[in-house]
Design a protein around this ligand. Structure first.
Ligand SMILES: *Cc1c(COP(=O)(O)O)cnc(C)c1O
Length: 370
């Protein structure tokens, strides 16, 4: 087996930037010449284009995915004393946002196939204080939205989708982030639609939620200097919006490339004992923000070490489930599937432009570990 000349990082954006160089240049120069750097026409144009792409009435650009969650929760009326049911198998920000608005996250175990919240375990956690459910479309795959919306309807709860990892992903043909009462997106550079800095967005069909979110992102003011409530400085900036407008036109192609890469990996890895390839639920269009396998028999850490030695970047999302992090650890939870996943998962390199030759190399090095 010939080794590729270069290392294979888990993510490589250089080809994308190279390919879009002229368009990115034109877009950033347009903003620099305009002298409008915060919100303004560029952000409004991006919001219109994303809303159209998603098929949603309102899109509100904010500073980050974390802020999209915080503002989304507050706009949905979640606040002190409320409980929000979510998954602890996610990035810290999901739970952090719940705590930052004064509510309490209530953690539920995951479905071992999709790594998303286990729909069968939500109802038993609903109390009179439950205000919302916050599913995370982890790794680019949808949570089981029909069940979640059914429970929300039955108990009068709000649903905020964490779509940070799933821009362009679908559930039964509908874009993720448009199915619940609101969706919170992140444009962190590594996400499927990434800015070259921080950025985020709230999507909703609800006029009042949208209006509140717009106020909250700008110090609680509808009109400048007429502040009506305590909000945030969480405006999307025009440079990021201009860059995102360029990239939005390519995101479907990139997601298709990710799906194709996932198919190739699935084929290459299908007969490797000790490796479980990702499951794509029949309801989902998975956009493979991560290509995440399970490594069985307690070998994950050793396999990760050996792949690192072979020049292959891998990551564990997430080695410590959120309910075990110091902020939340005082409350004890028994969540066996989350615990098991945190010991078994490893994400392999995946990005548009990853060549088949590189995937063959990754797969053969992975096989050599067994
Ligand atoms: C990235 C991410 C966030 C936070 O987004 P930022 O833009 O980094 O603030 C929230 N939730 C999940 C699941 C994420 O992957």
């Amino acid at each position: 087996m010939n080794r590729p000349e270069h290392q294979i990082p888990i993510l490589d954006l250089s080809a994308e930037i190279e390919a879009l160089w002229d368009e990115l240049n034109a877009a950033t120069q347009r903003v620099l010449r305009s002298g409008r750097f915060i919100l303004g026409p560029e952000v409004e144009a991006f919001e219109r284009e994303v809303a159209e792409y998603l098929g949603v009435k309102h899109a509100i650009g904010v500073n980050s995915g974390t802020d999209a969650l915080v503002i989304g929760l507050r706009a949905l009326g979640v606040g002190p004393g409320d409980e929000v049911i979510t998954t602890p198998f996610t990035f810290f920000a999901t739970a952090e946002a719940i705590s930052l608005v004064g509510a309490t996250p209530v953690f539920v175990d995951i479905d071992p196939n999709t790594f998303t919240i286990d729909r069968g375990l939500i109802e038993e956690k609903i109390t009179p204080r439950t205000r919302a459910i916050l599913p995370v479309h982890l790794y680019g795959q949808a949570a089981d939205m029909d069940s979640i919306l059914g429970l929300a309807e039955k108990y009068g709860l709000k649903v905020l989708e964490d779509v940070a990892q799933a821009f362009g992903g679908e559930y039964k043909g509908r874009k993720l982030g448009t199915i619940g009462h609101a969706g919170a997106f992140s444009f962190f550079p590594s996400k499927n639609l990434g800015a070259y800095g921080d950025g985020g967005l709230i999507a909703t069909d609800d006029d009042r939620v949208a209006e509140t979110a717009r106020m909250l992102r700008a110090h609680g003011a509808r009109r400048k200097y007429h502040n009506e409530m305590l909000g945030y400085n969480s405006r999307l900036d025009a440079l990021q919006a201009a860059i995102l407008r360029v990239k939005l036109r390519y995101v479907d192609g990139w997601n298709e490339a990710r799906r194709k890469a996932a198919c190739t990996y699935n084929e290459l890895l299908k007969d490797v004992p000790g490796v479980v390839t990702p499951y794509e639920a029949p309801y989902a269009k998975h956009v493979y923000h991560q290509y995440t396998v399970r490594i069985l028999d307690g070998k994950r850490d050793e396999v990760q070490r050996r792949l690192t030695e072979a020049g292959i970047g891998t990551m564990v999302y997430y080695p410590v489930p959120v309910h075990r992090l110091p902020v939340y650890a005082p409350v004890r939870y028994a969540l066996p599937e989350v615990e098991r996943a945190s010991r078994e998962v490893a994400s392999l390199p995946i990005y548009p432009g990853l060549t088949e030759e590189k995937m063959v190399y990754v797969a053969s090095e992975l096989k050599r570990c067994f």
